[in-house]
Design a protein around this ligand. Structure first.
Ligand code: SF4
Ligand code: SF4
Length: 384
């Protein structure tokens, strides 16, 4: 059995969050003495510079409560993160992290040196590069924000660790693992590699900010904030993702990372395999939480007999929106396929080069890129 603590919190109030996290850590049997005298990597989701109320990043008050707990227990929190495109200082300013970092005197890891890690049991991928400084820490406090995601369905505990791969190297993985299936395999192979660095007495604790999550076209500017009212804590990332996804009414079977990871024994994925408070779960359970519109490329995976030509003709594509695009070209910077060029009214997309990773949608600060469907996608339009 894995333990997942789920508690109701409805405000980004330092006292409430901290009290809740303390109770949650106690409920899962986490011994705070493990933090004493240790360097603790704190990994929030800082996808890009945005306001906390947009629900793109882990809320700064959630981060504050987590680092206070580490400090109270005699540990040293070190913020480790590598945003997709913006500099850390820009993200800190926009999100309000700069204030918390200063007030709480938090060390920020600015060393972008990388190290290679290997997962010999990786099913598809074995070698990864992560920020070297992670290896110098004793434990990770992983602080995911619960959001929808077009490629992986949700982004939660497992996906948040992807952020330990330095900035632009992340987009290379989108290029390499360019389908939902490949990317999910990659995430699980990578997750297992990171876990192998933190076997006991080290460890990874997942403290999920689901107070306000994101629904719709997540995980970035096109998604919609939605109150969930939950803080979810576990040492089992798979179980935490399972509970969070179930809480908002998603079918966990549709989330490949959960089923692949559980199938490999990296965590639990069933109500009968997880110890959690059913009363709180039932009270907080949401209905009609809007999922991200899955790219047709993802849905097409069900129709494996269709040949590549049809696939090329039917996949959806990212289209910049006139009147919203400001020609900032942040999409161009993130595009590992070099499919975006300068344009006169909107950014210019080359769909022969585009691999449909949709990273451009994630980083566009204006929500100025939409996914354009096609005739077949509208005919099939399967429910997911
Ligand atoms: S599509 Fe978005 S990211 Fe790209 S140039 Fe336009 S506003 Fe900037
Ligand atoms: S244009 Fe957008 S979706 Fe296409 S490869 Fe570039 S970042 Fe990915």
């Amino acid at each position: 059995m894995s333990k997942v603590s789920i508690r109701e919190v409805r405000q980004y109030d330092n006292g409430l969050i901290k009290e809740s996290l303390y109770k949650s850590l106690s409920e899962i049997g986490f011994d705070l003495a493990r933090l004493k005298g240790k360097r603790i990597a704190v990994k929030p989701n800082l996808l890009l510079s945005s306001k906390p109320e947009q629900a793109i990043v882990t809320h700064p008050e959630f981060f504050r409560a987590a680092v206070q707990i580490i400090k109270d227990a005699g540990g040293v929190p070190v913020l480790i993160e590598s945003p997709a495109i913006h500099s850390l200082s820009k993200v800190f300013r926009a999100t309000g992290y700069d204030k918390v970092i200063k007030e709480e005197c938090i060390e920020v890891d600015l060393n972008q040196d990388i190290m290679s890690i290997t997962n010999e049991s990786g099913q598809r991928y074995k070698h990864f590069e992560i920020m070297k400084s992670v290896a110098g820490t004793d434990l990770i406090f992983n602080l995911p924000k619960f959001k929808t995601h077009g490629l992986t369905y949700v982004t939660g505990a497992m996906k948040n660790l992807f952020g330990l791969i330095p900035g632009m190297a992340k987009t290379q993985w989108h290029l390499k693992a360019n389908t939902r299936e490949l990317f999910s395999d990659f995430l699980v192979d990578y997750f297992e590699a990171v876990c192998s660095l933190f076997i006991k007495p080290k460890g990874i604790v997942h403290l999920m900010d689901a107070i306000v999550g994101m629904e719709g076209n997540g995980p970035s500017t096109a998604g919609k904030p939605r109150e969930i009212g939950a803080v979810i804590v576990s040492e089992d990332a798979v179980a935490a993702d399972f509970i969070a996804s179930s809480l908002v009414g998603f079918n966990p079977k549709l989330i490949k990372t959960i089923s692949i990871a559980a199938g490999r024994g990296l965590g639990k994925k069933g109500f009968n395999e997880i110890e959690f408070d059913r009363g709180v779960f039932n009270k907080l359970r949401l209905e009609k939480f809007e999922s991200a519109p899955l790219p047709f490329q993802v849905r097409l995976e069900k129709f494996k007999r269709l040949n590549n030509l049809i696939k090329r003709l039917t996949v959806e594509r990212p289209v910049p929106i006139e009147g919203k695009c400001t020609l900032c070209y942040q999409c161009r910077q993130i595009c590992s396929a070099q499919a975006i060029d300068k344009g006169s009214i909107v950014a210019s997309f080359n769909y022969d080069k585009c691999i449909r990773c949709f990273c451009c949608i994630e980083v566009c600060p204006e929500a100025a890129i939409r996914i354009q469907g096609n005739i077949l996608s509208r005919i099939f339009s399967p429910k997911h």
